[in-house]
Design a protein around this ligand. Sequence first.
Ligand code: ACO
Length: 320
Amino acid sequence: MRSRIAGTGSYLPAQVLTNDDLARRGVDTSDEWVRSRTGILQRHIAAEGELSSDLAYHASRRALEAAGMAAGEIDTIIVATTTPDFVFPSTACILQDRLGLRGGPAFDVQAVCSGFVYALSIADAMIRAGTARNALVVGAETYSHILDWSDRRTCVLFGDGAGAAVLVPSAEPGIVATRLHADGSQRGILSVPGQVRDGKVAGRPFLQMDGQAVFKFAVRALTDVADEALADAGLPRTAIDWLIPHQANLRIMDATAKRLGVPHERVVVTVDRHANTSAASVPLALDEAVRDGRIRPGQHVMLLGVGGGFTWGSALLRWS
Ligand code: ACO
C-alpha cells in the first residue's frame, strides 16, 4: 500500500503588510532593500487572538473539501508548527477537537521550516505500514508572534499562514520517495532561544539568524536532498515538472533551481506575496499551483524543506 494526496487547502490571514507598511510602522527598512535581497513584497499577519490552530482549521476545511471527504473520514492528524498555540496541548489536538473528531492519533511535528515535509513523510510511512488510513497533514504558523519587530534583519522576512493536505491510501505511489535529515550541530545559526520556566520566559523568545550561514547551508542541503529522492525513485533531474522549495528567499530558491537544472518557470513561487511562512510555506505553494491548474495528473512535483535545527528534507510526488 502507498499513499497519495487527495486534496489540498490553504489559508492566509486577512491583514496584509507591504514592505512600505513596515517602514511606515517604524521598521528601519525600505521596499527596495527587502525586495532586492529576498524577493518579498508583502506578508499576511494574523489578527489579534488568531492562533496557529485557527489558520490550520481553515486550511484543513478547504483540503477536505478539495478531497471530497468529510472530516469524520480522517483518522490521523499531524500538524507541523514551530508556533503552537500553547506549550501543550498540541495544536493537532486542538485542531482535532475543532474538526469534531475523537480517538485517532493527533500530534505536532517540530522541524521548523522542514516541518511539512517531515509530517508528510511520517504520514506516508504510517499509511504504508497500515497504522493510518486517511491522514490530515498541516503546516500552520504564526511567526508574527516570535519576531522582534525592532530587528530589521529578521522581522521583514516572515509571515503567517497555513496549508494542508489530505493523504489517502493508493495502489499507485503518489508519494514516490521522501528523505529527511538533521544536523543539530548547526542549531545556532537559526533559533528562538527562549524557554518557559518557573512561570516566566527565560532567554530571548525572538527569532535570531545568521543570514549568510543559513543561505549557504540551505542551497547545498536542498540540492543534495532533491538528488537523494530522485535517486530513490530512479529518476533524472529532468523528471521534475514542478519544484516547490521552502519559500524563504527568492535568491535561495533561484540558486537551488539553477543547481538542479530546473528552469525558473517550473519553480512555484509564493514568497513574494507570503514571505517566509516556515512549515506552512510548502503546502501553501502546493495548494496554489494545484488550484490554478499548473500541477496536472502524471506530473512529478518535488517538495523541499530546510529550516532551523538544522533540518532538511524532500518529498517527490507523482500527482494523480
Ligand atoms: N532593511 C534595510 N537594511 C537592512 C535590513 C533591512 N530589512 N536588514 C539588514 N539590513 C542591513 C544590515 O543592517 C547591514 O547594514 P550594515 O552593513 O550597515 O551593518 C546590511 O543591510 C547588510 O546586512 P546583512 O545581514 O549582511 O545582509 P545580507 O546581504 O546578508 O542579506 C539576508 C540578509 C537577506 C537575510 C540574507 O542573508 C539572506 O538571504 N539569507 C538567507 C536567510 C533567509 O532567507 N532566512 C530566512 C529564514 S531561514 C529559513 O527559512 C530556512
